[in-house]
Design a protein around this ligand. Structure first.
Ligand code: IPE
Ligand code: IPE
Ligand code: MG
Length: 236
């Protein structure tokens, strides 16, 4: 067996293709989201066994509210169910949860689940899952700008002090290193507003598998592809 190379510290995944997975089977889109939830559980667990430190997953974007009210409410119901189950698994596996995105637009019940998961897991040191919910990269940057501007207005910060490192601390991802590897299954070749600030030097791997079918072997393949890349960061 080939020697396994160490995984990157931080892997980010755009969990895409649930709708097409369901359509192929003649099922409602919600069935695809449910299967996507299972894939999340499978891959989060696998990342934990690999020793990945951070797994950031894109679950619902600021643009996904454009979908039918039926699909959105189905997704929100599934998220609540998965978060409750994840909370139980998390206690067992010591997974730390964080949420990226504007949670203020979620229902109070779902928001409470997110905040409980964050606070109850804050001392855990197995893989940290950053769950992107009502997340948009541009929205994150704007919220960061507004927070910094408020601090300037209140005399807690100055315009001159603003550096890339300082501004990073105003983002949802404060304290989390940038992802080395971003994976998008489903065959789409775009980032759809995912982590624009954090991924300027990430390696992107686009794959033709639909997210509900995504397997540990697919993750191995993406990691192997990552190790074949030559990262230069602008150097010669
Ligand atoms: C990703 O799957 C889940 C969300 C965006 C909420 P999609 O629902 O986008 O699946 P496709 O792209 O239609 O197949
Ligand atoms: C990106 O997928 C968002 C998530 C996976 C949560 P979309 O399906 O919303 O992206 P587009 O519409 O194909 O760009
Ligand atoms: Mg999609």
């Amino acid at each position: 067996m080939a020697e396994r190379l160490a995984p990157p510290r931080h892997i980010a995944i755009i969990m895409d293709g649930n709708g097409r997975w369901a359509k192929k089977r003649g099922l409602p889109r919600t069935a695809g989201h449910s299967a996507g939830g299972e894939a999340f559980r499978r891959i989060a667990n696998y990342c934990r066994t690999l020793g990945v430190e951070y797994l950031t997953v894109y679950a619902f974007s600021t643009e996904n509210w454009k979908r039918s009210e039926e699909e959105v409410s189905g997704i929100m119901r599934l998220l609540a169910k998965y978060l409750q189950e994840a909370l139980r698994d998390m206690e067992k596996n010591h997974v730390r949860f964080r949420f990226f995105g504007d949670l203020s637009r979620l229902s109070p019940e779902l928001r409470k689940l997110c905040l409980d998961a964050e606070s109850r897991s804050s001392d855990y040191h197995e893989v940290q899952v950053n769950f992107c919910l009502n997340y948009g990269g541009r929205d994150e940057i704007l919220r960061g700008i507004k927070a910094y501007a408020r601090d300037v207005k209140e005399g807690k910060a100055t315009i001159e002090e603003l550096t890339e490192a300082v501004f990073s601390q105003y983002l949802d991802s404060a304290g989390v290193p940038d992802p080395e590897l971003v994976i998008r299954p489903s065959g789409e070749l775009r980032t759809s507003n995912f982590l624009p600030w954090q991924t300027v030097y990430s390696e992107f791997v686009f794959m033709n598998v639909l997210w509900p079918d995504f397997s540990p072997e697919d993750l191995d393949a993406a990691i192997a592809e990552y190790h074949r890349r030559n990262r230069r960061f602008g150097g010669a």
